[in-house]
Design a binder for this molecule. Structure first.
Ligand SMILES: Nc1ncnc2c1ncn2[C@@H]1O[C@H](COP(=O)(O)OP(=O)(O)OP(=O)(O)O)[C@@H](O)[C@H]1O
Ligand SMILES: [Mg+2]
Length: 320
């Protein structure tokens, strides 16, 4: 099936496919959506795909980066102002929510929205009404909201920087993009896509990645997620076009991963009991990561599912 999702967002891992399917389902409704995920996981791309897949596709998609507007301008940016409403308001200015009428407004980094504006946003979500600054009457609009954040909004709500009522109103349909390190299967797919793309763009012969290099890339933590992988591919295409990329060609940040991939265990003459060693290593990985299964799995070079499966295998013994 080829649609906005499959053309914009690449990935074959089960978690990712499930997320896209949920997003397809919600896209065609007018429901407010909250997209969550670490930096570089594709939140903005997902918002765009959802708009393109919706009935509103031919209407505007207007993006507002809440982190980039100063607090004193945020209200006017979202809801607009009348001429003379405040010093400096020399012209009538429509707000972005109104400008996106019939279409979609994408509020990126919604966790950065000042508390003072959050109540107004909630009111818009509940009534569809916008209050232009300096105007007594409200204006009704038909704008769909998609919001995104890399922050832990639940924690922000608990610490009082994000309104509880707005949090629950936004959280009706949360869509969480998994970090790249949790979808190891997608690393190679994206690697080959981006490498092809940059090879064509820069008119250079493609580099190839050795098996040892691929192993390191699979172990690497990719804190910057897909964006980091994309930038990495461009760098490799430019500096190593037409060559076989070996671990020694990798940038410094891959060193730790390189060490992990090249660790050599020496089998004692007396032999070992493999299952006991496996169990002990899993126990240590879970202790090191305070029980976080995804992080523990990464330390062991496993997917989270594979670790859970092995833990189940040992359940009943000392594994928790
Ligand atoms: N699944 C994917 N397939 C192809 N490209 C992707 C995918 N996910 C992300 N990208 C690319 O990675 C980069 C980062 O994506 P995007 O800007 O959507 O991330 P983000 O989650 O909004 O990041 P941030 O929190 O830093 O704003 C973009 O170049 C985007 O095109
Ligand atoms: Mg973004």
């Amino acid at each position: 099936m080829s649609d906005a999702f499959s053309t914009l967002l690449r990935g074959n891992s089960a978690d990712f496919i499930n997320l896209l399917n949920a997003a397809r389902f919600v896209a065609i409704t007018d429901a407010t959506v909250l997209i969550l995920g670490e930096s570089g996981t594709g939140k903005e791309l997902l918002a765009r795909a959802m708009h393109q897949h919706s009935q509103r596709a031919h209407q505007p998609l207007i993006t507002v980066n809440c982190a980039a507007i100063p607090e004193n301008l945020a209200e006017s940016e979202l809801f607009g102002h009348r001429k003379g409403a405040f010093t400096g308001a020399t012209e009538h200015q429509p707000g972005r929510i109104q400008a996106a009428d019939q279409g979609t407004v994408f509020l990126d980094e919604i966790g950065e929205l000042p508390l003072s504006i959050q109540a107004k946003l909630l009111r818009f979500l509940e009534t569809g009404e916008c209050q232009v600054i300096g105007q007594n009457t409200t204006t009704k609009v038909n704008t769909r909201l998609i919001a995104a954040t890399h922050r832990d909004l639940y924690a922000d709500m608990q610490s009082g920087v994000f309104r509880q009522d707005l949090y629950y109103r936004l959280n009706i349909v949360p869509l969480e993009l998994p970090p790249l390190r949790q979808r190891v299967e997608d690393i190679e797919l994206l690697l080959s896509q981006f490498t092809q793309q940059f090879t064509a763009q820069h008119h250079l012969p493609a580099p190839t990645f050795s098996g040892a290099t691929l192993k390191i890339l699979r172990h690497y933590s990719w804190q910057g997620n897909v964006r980091e992988l994309r930038n990495f591919c461009e760098r490799m295409v430019i500096f190593h076009s037409g060559k076989l990329i070996e671990p020694t060609h990798l940038p410094r940040e891959f060193n730790q991963s390189l060490a992990a991939a090249s660790v050599k265990f020496v089998l004692p003459d007396a032999g070992i009991h493999l299952e006991t060693v496996e169990q002990q290593l899993m126990q240590q990985a879970l202790e090191k990561t305070k029980g976080n299964r995804s992080q523990a799995a990464r330390l062991l070079g496993l997917t989270r599912d594979a670790l859970s499966y092995r833990m189940k295998k040992f359940s009943g013994s000392s594994m928790s």
